[in-house]
Write a protein that binds this ligand. Structure first.
Ligand SMILES: [Zn+2]
Length: 375
């Protein structure tokens, strides 16, 4: 089993079946927000309220700020689910959250509404907090906290609506353009807008730093940097999609393919196949049938003695759907499958007959040649 422990994230809860992670950067930011609110914002804006309650107000406001961001992300997740998309996880970062979808939405309309849901939730929250602040029976302290949260949620909605991919506004833009110019071009436009906005933030941050506003300056630069990286990554994804377009597994697979027999020992296979050819894995055959895949990883897991006493049959990965692919499947699908299987290779089968082996190496080599020869 793949472990779900990640070194820079901790899981704090599970909501609607979605694991909620906290990035460690959030802990620092959380402390910073509590401190800023308790010693700066509340004393400055409400000098008449008792100073003793400032830390309580700061803490409550910070926790509800955190809950607001979580609800924003859950808004995305709920609408995604209505469009048949599962959310793998939600991670709360330095300046907000990221809902990790299992894949891209299938059309622009789904993308549009999924992107709109988060800022929509933030706007509703802003309205609710504002209404609670002006209720007649609410104490001045609670009203102060509620008013702060109304402003924060409004800012959250507005900031996320900036049309810069991969922010919500950029996704809205991509969703809106998708229908008319196609997903690839739409992503390109939205990512370009993302890069422009990112550099604008970085430059604004540097000016802010020069003007002596250290905290907000660093803030702008950090957010700008994050968006720049993320929009570049989505543009790379588009380029990869374009490079793979029209290619099927057959175009990149190795054939004929060297196999090992299921009856020999792992040690034999290591000596006579792996060490001779340097390949990272072989389909395993029993008679005429292909029954599994033996990877270098599977060999390395065993000690020297175990390799002598274990048969290939006992050490191989059985031939499941996860490691089998059809020669006519799109190459992009196969690469995703390869990443999921964790084997770096897939057995290519056509009506129960072994026709080839698809390796990550082979795919990369194929793409490089294609690019060098210009299409
Ligand atoms: Zn959002």
């Amino acid at each position: 089993m793949a472990s779900s422990v990640r070194t820079d994230h901790i899981q704090i809860a599970r909501v609607l079946g979605i694991p909620i992670y906290l990035h460690f950067s959030w802990l620092i930011v959380f402390a910073l927000i509590v401190w800023t609110l308790s010693t700066g914002y509340f004393p400055a804006h409400y000098p008449d309220l008792p100073a003793s309650s400032n830390w309580a107000k700061g803490l409550v406001a910070s926790v509800l700020f955190f809950v607001s961001i979580l609800l924003h992300e859950l808004g995305h997740a709920v609408v995604a689910r209505r469009h048949g998309l599962r959310t793998r996880s939600i991670t709360l970062f330095i300046f907000g959250g990221v809902a990790q979808l299992e894949r891209d939405p299938k059309d622009g309309r789904a993308e549009f509404w999924m992107a709109a849901a988060g800022p929509g939730v933030s706007l509703v929250l802003a309205g609710i907090f504002y209404a609670s602040a002006v209720l007649p029976f609410v104490s001045a302290s609670i009203a102060a906290v509620a008013k702060y949260l109304a402003v924060i949620n409004l800012l959250l909605a507005v900031f996320n609506l900036v049309p810069a991919f991969p922010m919500d506004g950029g996704r809205l833009l991509r969703g809106a353009l998708w229908g008319s110019i196609g997903k690839a071009r739409a992503t390109q436009v939205a990512s370009a807008a993302g890069s422009v906005f990112a550099y604008f933030l970085i430059v604004a941050g540097v000016f802010s730093l020069l003007a002596g506003n250290t905290l907000s300056g660093v803030w702008y630069v950090l957010i700008g940097w994050f968006i720049k990286d993320a929009s570049a990554a989505s543009y790379q994804q588009v380029r990869l999609d374009a490079a793979l377009r029209g290619l099927s597994v057959r175009d990149a697979m190795v054939d004929p393919v060297a196999t090992v027999s299921s009856s020999g020992s792992v040690a034999e296979a290591a000596r006579e196949h792996f060490m001779r050819t340097g390949y990272g894995g072989y389909p395993v055959t029993r008679g005429d049938a292909t029954v599994g895949l033996l990877c270098l990883k599977d060999v390395l897991r065993l000690t020297q003695e175990e390799r002598e006493s274990t048969s290939v049959q006992g050490a191989m990965r059985p031939l499941t759907d996860a490691i089998v692919i059809d020669p006519d499947a799109p190459l992009a699908t196969a690469i995703a499958g390869m990443a999921q299987a964790g084997t770096g290779r897939l057995v290519v089968m056509q009506s129960d007959r072994l026709v080839g082996l698809l390796t990550l190496h082979g795919v990369i080599r194929r793409l490089k040649v294609r690019e060098e020869l210009g299409g």
